[in-house]
Every structure is written in structure tokens, then in C-alpha cells.
Write a protein that binds this ligand. Sequence first.
Ligand SMILES: Nc1nc2c(ncn2[C@@H]2O[C@H](COP(=O)(O)OP(=O)(O)OP(=O)(O)O)[C@@H](O)[C@H]2O)c(=O)[nH]1
Ligand SMILES: [Mg+2]
Length: 340
Amino acid sequence: MNFIDEAFLEVRAGNGGAGASSFRREKFIPFGGPDGGDGGKGGDIIFRVNQNKNTLIDFQNKRVFIAKNGRPGSGKNKSGSAAEDLILDIPKGTVVYDDISNDELLDCCDANTTYVIAKGGDGGQGNARFKSSTNQAPRKFTLGFEGEIRFIRLELKSLADVGLVGFPNAGKSTFLNKVSSAKPKIGSYPFTTLRPHLGTIQGSDSSFVIADIPGLIEGASEGAGLGIKFLQHISRTGLLLIFVDLFSSDDLDPVKQIQLLKNELSAYKDDLTQKVSWVVCNKIDLIDSDKLQFHSKCIQDTLKISEQDIFFISAATGEGTQKLLQSLEEVISQYKSDLA
Ligand SMILES: Nc1nc2c(ncn2[C@@H]2O[C@H](COP(=O)(O)OP(=O)(O)OP(=O)(O)O)[C@@H](O)[C@H]2O)c(=O)[nH]1
Ligand SMILES: [Mg+2]
């Protein structure tokens, strides 16, 4: 299935039905009086957060959604029936924007919640409502109100706690495969990962979710490689892991990788360098301990990153991953309790 994380829609709620203008006409009852009923309400357009959906693909082809109008009122004081609401299922983590003002309207974090995004118009009043002591036979009635029309942009942002960022081939997917039951594809070629993958880690006391996104390269913020649009999936994580390939070529040494990745993160609209981030140096199984010490010192001295924020692992063998996961569990549960 295709993974679609942005959609543009037009939603049109139903109009209210008109009120009726009618008079009671029965044998032997002269001057029966007005008996026009009210119109029914137009259907609302409702977003329902559906746990089982994980893409906005439903909105890729069909973009205009129109709810039905309310039925008009009729004689004998009969009200018109209200139209059914039109319910649209969206995945958890969808953020809803007004596409004209760009205002954020909703952040749909809770499953099974419903939100009225466009309200149906109320029905008009029938002439029975306008009867008064001075006007016993009013013909007046009102039309129904128009339903709301909105232009909407949907953005799906994964609800992960930890985000992985790194150059292609740094080993992000290998790590997620090793530590969770998620199975993103692994490959020795760049851009193996083409869409975000989420994996749940069961720690000793709590669980947390890690998001693996496609690799970043220099100039991604200007569209190089797969660009930086996937950063939306890590924009609300509590922490980022900057994945570094210790075995890459000299012109892309660990310090250079971190610098370039941070440039791209800062170019994203929310400036993701403001987030807490740790450096994860991967592929320790491929280098000797002198080289490892050397890289560790360079990262600390050049980038002023403290030793406790740097982790050395081998995603392939699993070495060092337990220590990293324990530290993640601690900091994420602290972060969540601060938010609560
Ligand atoms: N020796 C060794 N190889 C590793 C390690 N981690 C990953 N690899 C290899 O590095 C290559 C890239 O790994 P991936 O996990 O696909 O890298 P990625 O960061 O997800 O790459 P993209 O999806 O392209 O961004 C694969 O051939 C892996 O087998 C490691 O710790 N040690
Ligand atoms: Mg990958």
C-alpha cells in the first residue's frame, strides 16, 4: 500500500432544509391556520480518528466531500428530516489545517475521537412558527441555512517518542530491526527506506516508540535525495538519535556527518536542532578501539557534545544497544511525566 502523508480536501456540509408554508385544510374546519413544519438540519462533516489507518491514501483520489442537505418541512406541522452526517476516517497523528489561513484546527492524537470539521446548516422555520395574535395566517417561512465549506490540509505526523536521523546506510533500519519487532527493509545501498517505520520497544517498566525515517543527505532541505518532508514524522518526538556511520569515507567522517545533519534539521520549519538529541555512533564492529577513541574525542572537542550524550553501538551485533535503550527508556518516561 502506498504511504501518503499529506492530503488536500474540500469539505461541504449539507444545507438546512427550507421551512414550509402551508395551511390546515379540512372539511368543517374553516380558517384551519398555518401548519408548515421546519426544515431539517444539513449533515455535518466529521473526522473520526481510526487506529487502524496509517496513511492518508483514502484522500488521494477523492478530494471533495459533500454531506447531504436537510429535507424541507411540510404541511401538518411535519418537520423535514435531518441529513446523515458524513464521517471520514483519518489516522491517529493527523494534524488538520485550514488550507487558506494555514491555522492548525485539530491535532488528532486520540483514537476513536470525533471532530465536526464543517457544520451542517440549521433548517428554516415553517410558517406555523410565525403565527401571532395579530397575524393568524402568516405565509412567511425561512429557508435553511447554508452548510459550512472548508478547504483543509491534512498532515500525518507519526506519534513516536524517539526519531532516528542519519545519512543513508548509517544503519537506522538495522537498529530498529534489532531492537523492535518492526521490520523495515535493510540494504547496502542508499535510500533503502522510503517511508517512515515505527517500532515499539518494551523496556523494563514502560514502552516507547521509535520512528525510522528515510536517510538525509546534504542539501535535503533544498530537495536533494528524498528531501526533508519526512522530518514531519519526528517533529514531535521527545528526543532525536543522530545516527552516525563510523565506517564511512574520510570526507564524511562522524563530525562532518553530524554537522551536515544538524544543518538540515535546522532548515526544517520547526528547527529540530532545538530538540534534545544524542549521537549514536554505529558499526563499532568494523573499527578498532583506537579509532573509536579518536572519533569520540573529535565529536566531544569539535562539536562540544558531552560524553554522556554519545553512544557507541553495533546495530548488526547488538553490542551497546541495551545501554542505549535503557537510557532512552529513562529519559522518555521522564519526558512523558513532565508533559502529563
Ligand atoms: N557491519 C555492520 N554493518 C551494519 C551495521 N548497521 C548496519 N549495517 C549495514 O549497513 C547497511 C545499511 O543499513 P540500513 O539499516 O539499511 O541503513 P539505513 O540507515 O536504514 O539506510 P537508509 O534506509 O538508506 O537511510 C546494510 O548493509 C547493513 O547490513 C553495523 O552495526 N555493522
Ligand atoms: Mg533504512
